[in-house]
Design a protein around this ligand. Structure first.
Ligand SMILES: [Zn+2]
Length: 444
């Protein structure tokens, strides 16, 4: 079995393989199948044909595996990879302080962490990410954005910033300056990420929307993650206010724009107006019916990070995640990992393991789970969903073989989510020019 450190197939390879089934967001096709794969010079591929098994001699024989498209991890923090897996001590504020303390601060250390994160992502079958380039100091830091762009990984690198209370003006000014000074990207798109409704004011969110409008940049944010976030936004009270007071940032509820009884989602929608269309909202755990309607109106993508929610205990504090209600309302929902700190897989960063948690816990339909790993996050990040489908004759961004437990009676794809094995990476695109990935973000 491949260790995951590098794909089995190289650029230019042709390969005939036998698999037990083929699956994508449209369904599972039970085999066995013979699949002919041609790898292009970027590591992407074309599946030239899929035919029924005639016991031909094959280059790779995986009769127990399901062939699927590569994954997209729509929310992660690769610059925290070198912090490693850490236990949660029980206090979110203390955890945030730990991260601020432990995160890399020099450009060199940040670059090394992102490179390590890209390696672990590829080991997890991930070909594109929504990566948050964190701000270790008081201003946005570009090293993580450049490192991702140079890595060959696809997707979006979001410039994170904080702008609240006493530091609001500074936060807004520095993110504008930093974004205006960005060079053209090669492999990823550059986006902007106001950190969260408890660290970015109304005016900070409006500034992010203005940057998105000016530069055509995608926007991401953390949203509706915890009860303390809801309390802070609605009442301007609670542990989050205490935290801001300790940091010397708190000014007044009126000045910051909280304390008006709004939910975090309503706060976001009010600050964005029309300009927040297509926002990628990480978590979206604490949502009312009205919030779900607002997210649908914003054409938002919600990135559900189930291992993160479990790690922090937010799934118990705010109740079961409403991903099914969001999907029913027409909101694009996908899986993300959040940072490695909250994961349980030291050898990979893959939303596959988040999907496994949900399929096992909730009995989520495996085809929907696969969509939430491929075409849905692709759409959320402005990638072409067609490149995350198994379609003979059409280019695909990567191909994985997923080992499966047989005998479940629910089909091979269901078995993929019942075991904990690493994906076997046949090929993943790398170094493809960003312009080759047409933006199709927008309508869900
Ligand atoms: Zn996050």
């Amino acid at each position: 079995m491949n260790s995951g450190s590098s794909p089995i197939l190289a650029a230019g390879d042709a390969c005939l393989l036998r698999v037990g089934a083929v699956a994508d967001d449209r369904g599972e096709r039970p085999g066995p199948w013979l699949v002919r794969v041609l790898v292009d010079r970027f590591g992407g591929a074309t599946i030239s044909e899929i035919q029924s098994d005639r016991s031909a001699a094959v280059d790779l024989d995986r009769p127990g595996a399901v062939l699927v498209p590569a994954f997209v991890n729509a929310h992660t923090h690769l610059d925290l990879t070198d912090v490693g897996i850490r236990p949660f001590g029980g206090s979110f504020d203390a955890w945030l302080e730990m991260v601020m303390d432990a995160r890399p601060r020099t450009a060199e250390a940040i670059r090394a962490a992102v490179v390590a994160g890209v390696r672990l992502s590829r080991a997890g079958g991930v070909v594109a990410v929504g990566d948050i380039a964190g701000a270790p100091g008081s201003s946005p830091e570009l090293a993580a954005m450049f490192a991702l762009d140079e890595s060959g990984m696809g997707g979006v690198s979001f410039m994170e910033f904080f702008a609240i209370g006493a530091r609001e003006r500074h936060g807004i000014d520095t993110v504008h300056t930093a974004f205006d000074g960005l060079p053209a990207s090669r492999n990823v798109r550059f986006g902007v990420q106001p950190h969260a409704p408890y660290t970015v004011s109304n005016r900070g969110y409006a500034a992010a929307a203005a940057i998105a409008g000016t530069h055509g940049a995608p926007i991401s944010t953390h949203l509706a993650e915890s009860p303390s976030e809801r309390r802070f936004v609605a009442d301007g009270e609670g542990p989050t206010r205490d935290f801001l007071e300790r940091l010397g940032l708190w000014t007044s509820a009126e000045e910051i724009g909280v304390g008006e009884g709004l939910s975090p989602t309503a706060y976001l929608a009010r600050a964005f107006g029309e300009r927040g269309r297509g926002v990628v909202a990480a978590h979206g755990a604490d949502l009312s019916d009205e919030d779900i309607e607002l997210l649908a109106q914003l054409h938002a993508t919600v990135v559900y990070c189930p291992r993160s929610a479990t790690y922090f205990g937010f799934d118990l504090a705010v109740g079961a995640h409403r991903y099914r209600d969001l999907l029913d309302a027409g909101v694009n929902v996908c899986f993300g990992t959040d940072s490695i700190i909250n994961l349980d897989t030291p050898d990979r960063i893959s939303p596959l393991d988040d999907a496994r948690l949900v399929v096992r816990r909730d009995g989520l339909d495996p085809v929907t789970a696969l969509a939430m790993l491929t075409t849905y996050p692709a759409r959320g990040l402005g990638l072409d969903p067609a490149k995350f489908r198994v379609e003979p004759g059409s280019p695909i961004e990567g191909i994985l073989c997923l080992p499966t437990d047989e005998g479940s009676g629910r089909g091979r794809l269901a078995g993929v989510f019942e075991n904990g094995a690493a994906p076997e990476v046949l090929t993943l695109a790398a170094g493809r020019a960003v312009n080759d990935l047409p933006a199709t973000r927008g309508d869900v």
